[in-house]
Design a protein around this ligand. Structure first.
Ligand code: SF4
Ligand code: SF4
Length: 69
């Protein structure tokens, strides 16, 4: 399962541009990830500048490793 910590997210949109299958949707202060389409590449998790995206399946490294769930 993926989730975006909306208390950390600054809605910069970086993850939207990173996602290779365009399954992240951002509308001002609403952000959603379509997990049906997600291919679990982890690009958004690594690419989020504030570490707001976490996923229970994520085993990669990078800046957000310490907050993975
Ligand atoms: S990259 Fe991170 S901070 Fe930016 S919109 Fe996505 S989840 Fe929010
Ligand atoms: S893990 Fe990859 S496919 Fe899934 S939402 Fe993030 S960037 Fe998109």
């Amino acid at each position: 399962m993926m989730r975006v910590n909306t208390s950390i997210c600054n809605y910069c949109g970086a993850c939207v541009g990173i996602c290779p299958v365009n399954c992240i949707f951002l509308d001002e202060t609403i952000i959603k990830i379509d997990e049906e389409r997600c291919i679990k590449c982890g690009f958004c998790i690594r690419g989020c500048p504030v570490g707001a995206i976490v996923a229970d399946w994520w085993t990669g490294g990078g800046e957000n490793e310490e907050i993975r769930v």
